[in-house]
Design a protein. Structure first.
Length: 204
């Protein structure tokens, strides 16, 4: 497996404005001994996510943050794919319910779309793509992906996590994602798996 050598960056910009993602990524990357600064702390605005895939959008976000900060950048693009809905909401997960979407409004729209759909047809998975750019013109970004299989429940449970976690059932734990403690979620989740792969690929 190839390992990418980096000249010991002291600071990496995190290309996200999503508070839930920022919190999880800072926790997952906390052992690196590097300052992980959200782009908002550097007054870097979000870029329009015009890509058609998680990979394209993650690259767009990382390149924007790196170009405007002059720092290495890491970006996450992630979302929920529901089999019955042919993969929706997918890359539109964060804005599924339209302008001004919130986690709660997105969950309610999804549950409405699955009204009367039996449990056996409610299969779903979280997908996460992590992209790391050493500089804004980096032609070979590190790209890592993680997947978390589950299904969409009929009701909300749990108070942890964010996004669709209260209605995402985790079969290996027989509970909802929002009922998992932080450590367990990190070990199982799409984002945790993608970051684990990233750390294997990168030598700091």
């Amino acid at each position: 497996m190839q390992t990418f050598k980096v000249s010991n960056p002291k600071k990496i910009v995190l290309a996200s404005g999503n508070l839930g993602k920022i919190k999880e990524l800072q926790e997952l990357l906390g052992g690196l001994g590097i300052s992980i600064s959200p782009q908002g702390d550097l007054n870097i605005p979000d870029i329009e996510e015009t890509g058609l895939t998680f990979v394209e959008n993650a690259i767009l976000k990382a390149r924007n943050a790196s170009a405007l900060s002059g720092l290495p950048a890491i970006a996450d693009d992630s979302g929920l794919e529901v089999d019955y809905l042919l993969g929706a909401p997918g890359i539109y997960s964060a804005r599924y319910s339209g302008d001004g979407a919130t986690d709660a409004s997105n969950r309610e729209k999804l549950l409405t779309a699955l009204t009367d759909v039996p449990i056996g047809q409610r299969g779903a998975r979280y997908q996460a793509v992590i992209v790391y750019l050493r500089h804004a013109e980096d032609p070979t970004p590190i790209i890592c992906q993680g997947t978390w299989e589950g299904s969409i429940t009929f009701e909300h449970r749990g108070t942890h996590g964010f996004g669709y976690d209260p209605i995402f059932y985790v079969p290996e734990m027989t509970c909802h994602a929002a009922e998992l403690d932080k450590s367990t979620k990190h070990s199982l989740s799409h984002r945790g798996k993608a970051i684990a792969h990233f750390l294997q690929q990168m030598s700091l």
